[in-house]
Design a protein around this ligand. Structure first.
Ligand code: DUC
Ligand code: ZN
Ligand code: ZN
Length: 480
């Protein structure tokens, strides 16, 4: 089955060029000007449009069981909504309960994801530690294509990883050539601040950001970075939301440490005042962790993205409807944390980054797909328009405009944090594994068409890193 995208401008991370793109059997077969359509080939007219790698959202939580409920968006609806916005791959999270066998949790998530319409992969969270976890990390990295392990430094009493778990897991990741990742918030501080604020009589959503001030993230980010430094392992920080966390990343990078940062579209664009909305339902709808922040932090995040200290953009897509959010009506600590965004990430970024001159189109491609593909070792299969790559493509109409609304979005949630935002530049067509799955507002997604994507570990890099770590530890000891 072949498909020809005709007359567009290909935009890759490194360059743009006028070219047709011929896809065959799920792969990009050829890029050149003036390709004739083979017989029976479907043709998309991309004149005046950009042809870019489909977006990779490296941070989603489809149908996550969390805080006493389950996220409303499942792997079918969530990946379909992604296609409508030009995102053709997600990296979701397996999150075992403490003491739950890691492989059992992994198999459970694999089963849930079978209904996905686009390709997917999994980071696996390390929520506890013993010899079986050490062994299962090895099995996942060597036999199941998992090259990243996540650590929640928050959510005390639930999925929080303490320093002991992190040090053990980071060390194991180093042995395996895998990337540790962290949700950086000091879980003890959050726990105690939540209690204090609730006891002061602040019970509504306005208590949520008060219990998670920027320093709480800054402390955890810096701790994780320094742990990674001592062990000599690279580190990826998910949803960096504060100036403080970014400053720790920048300092470490300037010192030569391999540290990567992800920023959410919501953290770039939404102001903390949403938690003081007089409509408590709307305020609760924005409850996610880390919370939305003030302009000072948004400005710092934009600067980080522009200068390359933050490499990826994501959504933390984790949807809860109003009836689920109502669990926290009288106690903000019980509000399920999470907001949506997979359908809107690319268009809000294009509008606020490319249309404003903050990023070039090529940089847009970098931060929406290529960098994630490279950091998580699936490049150039993903994140590139080139012969041999997967035919995951978005055709982008820079002239199309729309107003984002929960009334019209395809996400399975009754609220949109970007409600009312007007954007110029949207996906007109999305191609997944060589098939046209979204065209001008209409989804043609096929349940179960998505494939699990193996992400191999990085042995050569890690050999070098390990050598450096071995040299470094004795030096550090000698200094003392
Ligand atoms: N933050 C959220 O808001 N939801 C899911 C998990 C997380 O860390
Ligand atoms: Zn998180
Ligand atoms: Zn998350």
């Amino acid at each position: 089955m072949s498909l020809l995208i005709k007359g567009g401008t290909v935009v890759n991370a490194d360059r743009s060029f006028i070219s047709d793109v011929l896809c065959d059997n799920g792969k990009i077969h050829r890029t050149a000007e003036g390709i004739d359509a083979p017989s029976g080939c479907e043709v998309i007219d991309a004149a005046g449009q950009y042809v870019m790698p489909g977006g990779i959202d490296p941070h989603t939580h489809m149908q996550l069981p969390f805080m006493g409920t389950v996220a409303s968006e499942d792997f079918y609806t969530g990946t379909a909504a992604g296609l409508a916005g030009g995102t053709t791959m997600i990296i979701d999270f397996v999150i075992p309960n403490p003491q739950q066998n890691i492989m059992e949790a992994y198999r459970q998530w694999r089963e849930w994801a079978e209904k996905a319409v686009s390709d997917y992969s999994f980071h696996v969270a390390i929520t506890w530690w013993d010899e079986s976890v050490h062994k299962d990390m090895g099995t996942l990295a060597t036999r199941h294509g998992v090259n990243s392990f996540k650590h929640f430094m928050a959510y005390k009493g639930a999925i929080m990883a303490d320093d002991e778990v992190m040090v053990n897991s980071f060390s194991r990741a180093l042995e395996l050539g895998a990337m540790p990742t962290v949700h950086a918030e000091n879980g003890e501080l959050v726990f105690q601040l939540q209690k204090k604020i609730y006891e002061m009589g602040i019970t509504g959503p306005e208590g949520h950001p008060l219990s998670r001030p920027p320093e709480v993230e800054g402390e955890a980010a810096n701790r994780a970075i320094r742990i990674a430094e001592v062990l000599g392992v690279p580190l990826y920080l998910v949803h960096v939301s504060t100036r403080q966390a970014l400053e720790s990343i920048v300092r470490a990078r300037n010192e030569g440490q391999r540290v990567f940062g992800e920023v959410l579209a919501g953290h770039l664009l939404i102001d903390e005042s949403v938690y003081r909305d007089p409509d408590p339902e709307s305020a609760a709808a924005h409850v996610m962790s880390p919370p939305f922040r003030s302009k000072e932090h948004r400005d710092a995040l934009w600067a980080g993205l522009i200068c390359g200290n933050l490499q990826t953009t994501a959504t933390d897509h984790c949807c809860f409807c109003a009836d689920q959010k109502a669990a926290g009506k009288d106690d903000f600590r019980k509000t399920p944390n999470g907001t949506a965004g997979i359908e809107n990430r690319m268009e809000v970024l294009w509008h606020h980054a490319v249309n404003t001159g903050r990023l070039t189109m090529n940089e847009f491609v970098k931060v929406t797909s290529t960098n994630a593909a490279q950091i998580f070792n699936i490049y150039p299969r993903k994140g590139s328009i080139a012969p041999g790559a997967d035919a995951d493509i978005v055709v982008w109409d820079p002239q199309a405009s729309k107003t984002i609304s929960a009334k019209t979005h395809k996400q399975n949630v009754d609220y949109n944090i970007f409600e009312g935002m007007k954007v110029k530049g949207c996906a007109s067509h999305t191609i997944s594994a060589g098939k046209l799955v979204y065209a001008n507002g209409e989804l043609r997604a096929e349940r179960g068409a998505g494939r699990y994507v193996d992400r191999p570990a990085f042995p050569p890099l890690y050999d070098a890193v390990q050598r450096r770590a071995r040299m470094k530890v004795p030096q550090a000891v000698k200094r003392r």
